[in-house]
Design a protein around this ligand. Sequence first.
Ligand code: EPZ
Length: 423
Amino acid sequence: MALDIFKITGPTTLAGTVKISGSKNAALPIMASAILAPGKTVLSGIPNLSDIEVMCLLMESLGCKTQTADGKITIDSTVIDKPFGDYEIVRKMRAGICILGPLLARCGKAEVSMPGGCAIGYRPVDIHLRGLKELGAKIELKNGYIVANANGGLKGANIFLGGAFGSSVLATANTLCAAVMAKGKTVIEYAACEPEITDLANCLVKMGAKISGIGSPQLTIHGVKNLNPVEYTVIPDRIEAGTFLAAAAITKGKLKLTNCRLEHLMAVVDKLRSMNVVVEESPDGCEVASNGQIKATDITTLPYPGFPTDLQAQFMAALCLAKGNSVITEKIFPDRFMHVAELSRMAADLRKEGPHVIVCGVEKLISAPVMASDLRASAALVLAAIAAHGETIINRVYHIDRGYDRIEEKLNAVGANIQRLAT
Ligand code: EPZ
């Protein structure tokens, strides 16, 4: 693993056009869904990220062949001879768990490693297992692996998929992928409504699945016997887009985002407007411009269509420079606050109280050596560093490479000063 660092000199004001890449979190479960359709599935709009490489590795370990070129991935799932998700691969990326439902549906059995620890807090898999059990799978936990069997075949069921923190994105993906080939009718209540789930459902429908209620918390599925491989383009990455919106806000800049779907960012745009930032829709995306000083605002993360947890850190960075005090409440991952201590090293005035952080706006952020801890926390540090006075060193930028396609190149093209250095 390359241990690159970023050297970021600030402050700079961003201006120009940024093309948003395809969505990582749509691409990963859609890649796994290729298991359901023997043959060659061709996916376009795939971002160039280390998480996507890990997913390719995982698919190959099952027996698939993968080929990547020009933002396209071809997954040949004609042969799946090892329905086994190895710990050595799954521990690198939790989304590896989304092979579980497709494998069970295709092979009648699956053994997938439990994902293990995560920097954003405890992330159980009970809802995934509940969904699959309701469809008739027998599930045991053995030596750190989820061992699932559906010898008698999967059968449609009425499934309530809510958990203590609301819906679950990848548990919905797993249950949906298993239900599309289960015998009879399945109703999933409390399905996640995130655009990435809608994208997965649309891809499954293109493969021949029968799903209604797509985009709503109630999905109705009529199982089919076979699915066919397809060509499909994944949606633009709403979290990458939201990160650039926050970048414009924190640097008092002006950006045009292309390949961006503003309808996936309504809660974010609403917050930006109350922060005194102007956001307007444009033909293939949007334009965002600072209107002077950022105003404080309160943010609570919620399942879609609420404000996404994956943008909480980046917006905290922006609110550090707001006039007034903001309260940020994390309702999806109550411990997802690794960035608080690092932002504080850059002279942010933050106070954490359980799942809340009180952000007292300061006049300026000051550079410091900081440590990237997880993907979105790292993005927040990049934004803070662009706006901070002086030279910030960010260590462990491999966390950023998991989810942002050439972030430094995109930011430098609109005026940032970021150097990637190998250590
Ligand atoms: C997806 O993770 C995303 N990952 C995450 O993106 C994102 O933060 C998260 O959804 C929430 O939006 C991918 O799509 C690959 P959840 P997922 O299950 O599906 C609890 C990023 O930065 N829960 O929707 O794993 C869970 O602890 C990442 O790109 C259970 O209790 O998240 C959390 O409180 C990180 N039991 C809540 O549900 C379960 O079995 C929502 O998590 C599953 C989840």
